[in-house]
Design a protein around this ligand. Structure first.
Ligand code: SAH
Ligand code: F3S
Length: 489
């Protein structure tokens, strides 16, 4: 490809290839987990090299991509509704528009998507994004394009994501892809393939670059971060076949976390998600050791009943979970803990549900994400168990779980009233333009008067009031983590 020289607004000379001057418009929408939002940034980066600039205006897009979620039926229905909307825009306003589906639904439905939704021109699974330049060319030439091949190696470690809808303060950094846990209700192992970890050097490089760009908080992402294991590439399940040298120099999550914490000691670090069966005590000690690792663990439990945990193939008991919670509290007395819970898994009895409520009473989570069971085609639960808890029973049990969580969240936020918490400012509060909104290390939203503070600064806030989800306070000065700025107290 012939190279040309261009100049950007700052007058820096950039070397661009011909395609970059096309300036086609890409509109990208993401649904589901944080991993999807992170993947969309990788996709935007790959397509930027093909001359696509992102736009927020659907009507003017040449290419519309929707990064989809399959985790529950409702998530899939939401995507189908969006496709109807795209269809209307294409018919009425923009007949040239092409539409591609990415992510878990693409992987689950494969080329069936093209038959089921006529608007769709392109179907791309989560491991095939590097093939997008070819796939886009296919659709440009009027053919449909599909690539849903799952990979043993792909981690996109070599791609610098384009930050989309960024507040410039917080960013997602993916560290593992796929999942080997095979929880019986979950579609992720089928849509995202086997677990593999990303090269730690590329993770550190990305974190360093984010710091240089002014970002102040990162979240290390994976379906199951505690099982991170780098031994030179390849699937986690093939680690046994690695050489002695590879085994001896392997990097675990504990090591990775320390490396990241040390690489950028002023950067706030979070991680998500931890599966209780893989979370080790070493991680807790690393969290306690480094000031910049936030005291918060997202520790999904799914159910409080031993029988249901077994049916779900969650490889721990209720008692082992309690022991882990006790360990967390012993090593970090001040640590936020949050949950994911499912109401109405097949065969769940009233007794099992009560076990879930009593488990919640024991932990008193700071917050949680609660769902009613949604059967996913092809999963072990769907194949072997009947979805036998009536919808209204699921709904009632879910409501009881949500109500109890609200009580516990309030209990947790109330405990913070009178305390001083460090807040990283992210944006203006939705309720008032005169207030900032940020988050505490526990990941609770905090709002307070703006005064002269700015987005991206670390501020100590004295908590004066709260709701179950939000802390309200008064700023009392910069926190020790705020970098000295000339003229700053
Ligand atoms: N390890 C993952 C979990 C992915 S799924 C993570 O990084 O978050 C997120 C949550 O969705 C799960 O913890 C579970 O509570 C819920 N979930 C998954 N499959 C579900 C299903 N079939 N029905 C209802 N909820 C489900
Ligand atoms: Fe799903 Fe269980 Fe993995 S919930 S993403 S199979 S840890």
């Amino acid at each position: 490809m012939e190279k040309i020289i261009d100049e950007n607004k700052q007058g820096n000379t950039l070397v661009l290839d011909q395609k970059t001057t096309n300036h086609r418009k890409l509109y990208i929408e993401s649904y589901g987990c944080q991993m999807n939002f992170s993947d969309s940034e990788i996709v935007a980066s790959i397509l930027a090299k093909e001359g696509f600039n992102t736009t927020q205006e659907l009507e003017e897009a040449d290419l519309v991509l929707v990064n989809t979620c399959s985790i529950r039926d409702k998530a899939e229905q939401t995507v189908r509704k969006r496709l109807e909307k795209f269809n209307r825009v294409k018919r009425k306003v923009n007949p040239q528009m092409k539409v591609g589906v990415l992510g878990c639904m693409a992987e689950r439905l494969k080329s069936k998507f093209l038959e089921e939704e006529k608007i769709v021109d392109m179907v791309v699974g989560p491991d095939a994004y590097k093939d997008l330049p070819n796939l886009v060319q296919e659709i440009d030439e009027g053919r449909n394009a599909v690539n849903v091949i799952l990979s043993k190696e792909e981690t996109y470690g070599d791609i610098a994501p384009v930050r989309l809808n960024s507040n410039g303060v917080t960013a997602l950094v993916s560290i593992t892809r796929g999942c080997d846990n095979m929880c019986t209700f979950c579609v992720v192992p089928y849509t995202r393939g086997r677990e593999r970890s990303r090269d730690p050097q590329s993770i550190i490089k990305e974190v360093n670059e984010l710091w240089e760009q002014g970002f102040k908080e990162i979240t290390l992402l994976g379906q199951n971060v505690d099982s991170y294991l780098w031994y030179g590439g390849g699937l986690k399940k093939d680690f046994d076949k690695a050489s002695e040298m590879q085994k001896a120099t392997a990097v675990t999550f504990t090591t990775l976390l320390s490396l990241v914490a040390e690489a950028q000691p002023k950067m706030r670090i979070r991680f998500s998600t931890s599966n209780p069966q893989d979370m080790t005590e070493d991680v807790l000690h690393v969290m306690a050791k480094y000031d910049n690792i936030c005291n918060h663990i997202h520790l999904p439990v799914q159910s409080g009943s031993n029988r249901i945990l077994k049916e779900m193939n969650r490889l721990h008991t209720r008692e082992e979970y309690f022991a882990l919670i006790d360990k967390v509290r012993e090593i970090m007395p001040d640590c936020g803990i949050s949950q994911d819970l499912i109401a109405g898994f097949p065969t769940e009895t009233e007794e099992d549900h009560k076990d879930t409520l009593s488990l919640m009473e024991y932990v008193k989570y700071d917050f949680g994400y609660m769902f009613s069971y949604s059967e996913r085609p092809g999963t072990p639960a769907a194949r072997k168990m009947e979805d036998d808890v009536p919808e209204e029973v699921k709904k009632r049990r879910l409501q009881e779980i949500v109500d109890l969580q609200r009580e516990h969240s309030h209990y947790r936020t109330q405990k913070q009233v009178g305390q001083i918490v460090e807040v990283l400012i992210e944006k203006s509060s939705k309720k008032s333009d005169e207030q900032w909104s940020g988050r505490s290390p526990h990941n609770t939203v905090v709002v307070f008067r703006k005064e002269n503070y700015k987005i991206g600064e670390f501020v100590n806030v004295k908590i004066t009031d709260c709701t179950s989800a939000t802390l309200i306070g008064e700023p009392v000065g910069y926190s020790k983590n705020q970098l000295p700025i000339s003229g700053q107290a």
